[in-house]
Design a protein around this ligand. Structure first.
Ligand code: PEP
Ligand code: CO
Length: 390
């Protein structure tokens, strides 16, 4: 599984599926990609959230409407608390590919290929369903188009992990307007923690396209790596082009973030820095279920905001895995298999339910609120001074 690309086996079918994608209409127009780029160049806060893995099965108008509603409420809560305007980008309309640490999964003595997202295979644990099928790339394109039609007019931009080069490359074209290359599969593409090597094919691909790019930054990332990612992806230091998504794990979040943020500030990098407080805090329950503890997620969130505060870097956004149904995938404080068994639906990582999501939105909003208190205090004193003067 070189560079986390699927073992498609059927090479000629991959070529045909790529050809179909290359001839297909653009999913998102480059004008909308430029619009997001411009929004991200402003000092707004970025809410970047959604499913770990979307599924074709859940791609219904009702499900999309509920997901959008949770994204918008999350953004509204943060904006109301801190007074900053918020840009909302969903992990939506194309989040169909997953990098997996283990290529094989074993259940009750049976071994199958792991689930790599609906763009590759199916989560059902059977040999037929788990075999990678290159035509799933075309199905992912069609489903993304369907989701986009449901999203129309929602004000939510789209994003997914640019993992499958057989999916992204054929959708990359020169713009008739500015001659630059755009990947029309989504507005924003991110490169995951496993594929972010500055010399690897994913970063090389991201460097070619003009879409806003995000890169996950985990605990092993060095200052030198961060700087070379910046040099490759944003050599002209353009606002709105690049975001780093820190996902360090709660224990080391403050120290690691502090070191990288100090470097970002010292070098004058304009890149946005987001906190993903979830991916560094995944644990396995006694029964073997992947989960995350909300109290630990909150701890990383607080550590990130403290590190921003102490280094003078403006917190650029929050990256979360969320579900608009009342799922029981993340636990409050104690890992409890009885609770996890009540409504665990994710086909990949555990997501926050709406209550947990909005709690963290409140926390993030209030961690940015002091500035707001200060300005409303100023406003109050100038009003009272003005009154006193009349
Ligand atoms: C993800 O965002 O679902 C993911 C796989 O994250 P990371 O690359 O940070 O592990
Ligand atoms: Co995930």
């Amino acid at each position: 599984m070189r560079d986390y690309q699927p073992d498609w086996r059927a090479e000629s079918e991959v070529r045909r599926a790529r050809g179909t994608l290359a001839r297909a209409a653009p999913l998102v127009p480059d004008s909308n990609i430029r619009e997001l780029h411009a929004r991200l160049a402003e000092p707004a806060f970025l809410v970047h959230a959604g499913d770990c893995a979307e599924t074709f099965r859940d791609n219904t108008q009702r499900s999309v409407a509920k997901r959008v509603s949770l994204l918008r409420t999350t953004s509204d809560v943060i904006s109301a608390k801190c007074g900053r305007s918020v840009v909302t980008v969903g992990r939506i309309a194309g989040q169909y590919a997953k990098p997996r640490s283990a290529p094989l999964e074993r259940r009750a003595g049976i071994t199958m290929p792991s689930y790599f997202g609906d763009a590759v295979n199916d989560a059902d644990f059977s040999s037929a369903k788990r075999t990678p099928d290159p035509w799933n790339l075309v199905r992912a394109y069609e489903h993304s188009g369907k989701t986009l039609s449901y999203l129309d007019g929602s004000g939510v931009f789209t994003s997914h992990e640019a993992l499958l080069l057989d999916y992204e490359e054929p959708q990359t074209r020169h713009s008739a307007d500015d001659g630059r290359l755009y990947d029309h599969s989504a507005h924003l593409l991110w490169i995951g923690e496993r594929t972010r090597s500055p010399a690897g094919p994913h970063i090389a691909f991201a460097a070619e396209i003009a879409n806003p790019i995000a890169v996950k930054i985990g605990p092993t990332a060095t200052l030198a790596e961060l700087l070379s990612l910046h040099a490759v992806l944003n050599p002209d230091n353009i606002p709105g082009r690049l975001a780093f998504i820190f996902r360090m794990g709660r224990e080391r979040a403050y120290d690691l973030s502090h070191a990288l943020l100090t470097c970002i500030a010292a070098e004058g990098l304009v890149d946005r820095v987001l906190c993903d407080p979830m991916h560094g805090n995944t644990v396995v329950s006694p029964a073997g279920v992947k989960t995350r503890v909300v109290a630990e997620i909150e701890e990383e969130l607080r550590a990130f905001f403290s590190a921003c505060n102490d280094t003078g870097v403006v917190p650029g956004g929050l990256h979360l895995e969320v579900c608009s149904d009342d799922v029981s995938e993340c636990v409050e404080t104690n890992v409890d298999d009885t609770y996890l068994a009540t409504n665990y639906c994710s086909v990949c990582d555990p997501r926050l339910n709406p209550e947990q999501t909005l709690h963290l939105a409140q926390v993030a909003g209030s961690l940015m609120a002091p500035q707001r208190h200060f300005s409303s205090w100023l406003e109050a004193t100038s009003i009272s001074t003005a009154r006193a003067g009349t």
